[in-house]
Design a protein around this ligand. Structure first.
Ligand SMILES: [Zn+2]
Length: 335
């Protein structure tokens, strides 16, 4: 009898696909959230991959597909991997960041509400489904400007004292990607209360926001890099055991330092931007990074880096406008 009871506890590995309803349309079509589950059948860590919470950030979807394809060929040794490949399908289909019918930013709608707006209902479905699985780690995959390097966002403020935050930051540090902290402000505290990752951390679930390069298009270089990072994390959790080849972009890494995010200075007039430094370049304080030209091709203004900084990305538009970020920087603060 004891033998029978034990044998019943050993589950078979399985892969499941589910569709969770989120909204009924005017044509009675049902908008759904597609979920994939890889269950090793053995106890172990539970890792979530989520992508495309912003509809135009499509690269993460390919990363999820590649990781799951890898796991079909190299099944998990223990634990489970869950994935929402497209969190914001309505925005994905029309190529916008926000939910088109309400203009809501889904990643500012958490933890959500069952009876709230479209964004809040979707957020509630996402959040409750993830939390119910008692995750060990959630990796939320994003993409940034067209010309941006991969990096990890770390929230700042009250969240930093949470154990979940410390565990996530430690995992992030091992990836060798730059860890970029939002400068602390009342606004950054409020932001944490509305994002998926912020709400997971507040609920004691380690979670990271991975900015994995170019948005709008699938850049295969960034896909390979994202897949490598995620598989290395699964390996560190003893969920897989394979030797992976490190992509060149990480080998020539930016060092896994902690930086502070900054997008200033801005131009004081309009004109055409010409960049003097590339994403991924470390620029010392006082060095020029962009110039502005008027309609006659006359140089009207040059911008200089305010502190020693890594350039994270160039704006998608080369039109200089006062108040608009020209580039995003990771300002050096510690080694
Ligand atoms: Zn995003």
């Amino acid at each position: 009898m004891a033998f029978m009871e034990n044998s019943l506890l050993i589950k078979k590995p399985r892969i499941k696909q589910k569709r969770l309803s989120i909204l009924t349309g005017s044509d009675l079509s049902i908008k759904r959230l597609a979920l994939i589950e890889h269950d090793s059948g053995l106890n172990g860590p539970v890792v979530w991959l989520t992508a495309c919470i912003h509809g135009d950030e499509v690269g993460g979807i390919a990363i999820v597909h590649e990781v799951l394809s890898f796991l079909r060929k190299n099944p998990l040794l223990r634990g489970k991997v869950f994935a929402f490949p497209i969190l914001n399908a309505m925005a994905f289909e029309v190529g916008t960041r926000d939910i088109p019918i309400t203009n809501e930013d889904l990643n500012r709608s958490f933890p959500g509400s069952m009876r709230g707006t479209v964004g809040e209902r979707t957020a509630h479905k996402i959040f409750s489904t993830i939390v119910d699985t008692h995750p060990t780690l959630v990796l939320d995959l994003h993409n940034d400007w067209l010309r941006s390097i991969p990096y990890i966002i770390l929230d700042s403020g009250k969240i930093e004292s949470k154990e979940s935050y410390k565990i996530a930051a430690k995992i992030g540090r091992k990836t060798n990607l730059p860890l970029v902290k939002e400068p602390f402000s009342q606004k950054s505290n409020e932001l944490v209360n509305k994002t998926l990752v912020g709400n997971l951390l507040l609920n004691d679930i380690p979670a990271l926001t991975l900015e994995l390069g170019t948005s709008q298009i699938v850049d295969e270089k960034h896909v390979s890099l994202g897949v490598y990072i995620i598989l290395e994390i699964l390996k560190s959790l003893q969920m897989i055991d394979v030797n992976l080849k490190m992509p060149e972009e990480i080998k020539n890494n930016f060092s896994n330092k902690i930086y502070i995010y900054n997008d200033k200075p801005y131009f004081s007039q309009t004109g055409l931007i010409r960049y003097l430094a590339k994403p991924g370049q470390l620029i010392l304080k006082g060095k020029p990074f962009a110039s502005l030209y008027n309609v006659f091709g006359k140089l009207t203004e040059t911008l200089f880096v305010e502190n020693d900084s890594l350039i994270l990305g160039h704006n998608d538009s080369s039109v200089g406008i006062p108040g608009n970020p020209v580039a995003a920087f990771a300002q050096v603060i510690s080694s």
